[in-house]
Design a protein around this ligand. Structure first.
Ligand code: BTN
Length: 329
């Protein structure tokens, strides 16, 4: 990867120094730019909301950080093995999944993350749009090159669901639920969605992009009027704003640990972890599989991530895709 932008490099150094000052000469030598260009970059950071103290004889010191999703901000304190070693942060893009796919085709390393403040064409499942207003939520995509067979790739959706559920559960008072196959709910309303896309050939996977959208600080008026399913945000549920860069760091940490475990031990630990956030086991449901409706009692998911629904006679049906609606018992 190319040298980080001066802004990112300055933030990186500030984070390493903590409360200490960094001299203008040091920054200018590190970045290979003039002292006046350093001053200009400090101005850009201030415009972005960073409070930076400047004392002529000592240099610069970072006082406070805004909640922007800048790579250096997320990487400060990130201790992942693979995921997030490279982070591409964008103020605006059409879709982070699209950008990550292009980076994958261009040979980007496994674990590269693309994150954006805003998406103009956020992609949802089944060709739907994902509402992606600026500055409030998390829109990120992770590039993986897993050594698995293409038909096992849907297992990675469950892996990302567990990572998101664990990250939400770490917010005080929040009890997330997974909705099969790839939604997350808070209080019965959708708070996050997952969209995994891959390029594969019969003999193996070229790459997988794990797309994650989490409604963090969205307010009620920011949701589209024509939502198919009631939606919410962490802020609406808890009454508190969530620090987006800290949430992103946590999410990357969980993804990294789960992916490592998945590569070592396969899908079973992920399946068990997913079921811990699944509240519909044993409940009567109706599953809309586009061509037909399946009614029965949920038994769980199998080793492929298929939903198991038993009819009155106890005969189990494996469902690979569909919309699940709980029925009154
Ligand atoms: C869904 O529930 O329909 C899936 C929504 C997935 C949205 C995320 S936001 C980040 C990534 N980039 C996209 O364009 N989509 C996914």
């Amino acid at each position: 990867m190319e040298r980080p932008a001066p802004r990112e490099a300055i933030l990186d150094l500030f984070h390493h120094r903590g409360d200490s000052f960094v001299s203008g000469a040091e920054l200018s030598a590190l970045l290979g730019i003039s002292r006046s260009a350093v001053w200009k970059q400090i101005g850009v950071l201030r415009d972005l909301g960073y409070q930076i103290e400047a004392i002529p004889s000592r240099g610069y010191r970072l006082l406070t950080t805004p909640d922007t999703l800048i790579a250096a901000e997320i990487q400060a304190g990130l201790s992942t093995r693979l995921i997030g070693r490279e982070i591409v942060s964008l103020p605006r893009t059409d879709s982070t999944n699209q950008r990550a796919t292009e980076l994958a085709e261009a040979g980007a390393v496994e674990g590269t993350v693309v994150i954006a403040e805003e998406q103009s064409l956020g992609k949802g499942r089944l060709g739907r749009r994902w509402a992606s207003p600026p500055g409030v939520n998390l829109y990120l995509s992770v590039l993986l090159r897993p050594p698995i067979l293409p038909w096992d790739a849907p297992q990675l959706t469950f892996l990302s669901a567990v990572a998101v559920a664990r990250s939400i559960a770490e917010e005080p008072g929040m009890a997330p639920e997974v909705k099969w196959p790839n939604d997350l709910l808070l209080g019965g309303r959708k708070v996050a969605g997952l969209l995994n896309e891959m390029r594969a050939e019969t003999e193996g996977i070229h790459h997988v992009v794990l797309g994650v959208g989490v409604n963090l600080n969205m307010t009620a008026d920011q949701f589209p009027a024509d939502l198919r399913y009631p939606a919410t945000s962490l802020r609406l549920e808890s009454g508190r704003a969530v620090c987006r860069s800290a949430f992103a760091r946590r999410l990357l940490g969980h993804l990294d640990a789960l992916y490592d475990e998945y590569l070592q031990s396969g899908f079973e630990p992920v399946r068990i972890a997913w079921e811990a956030f699944f509240r519909l086991a044993g409940c009567p449901v109706e599953v809309d599989c586009q061509q037909r409706l399946v009614r029965g009692t949920v038994r769980g998911i199998d080793s492929d991530g298929a939903l198991l629904v038993a009819d009155d006679s106890g005969r189990c049906e494996r469902i690979l895709a569909g919309d699940v609606r709980p029925l009154a018992p």
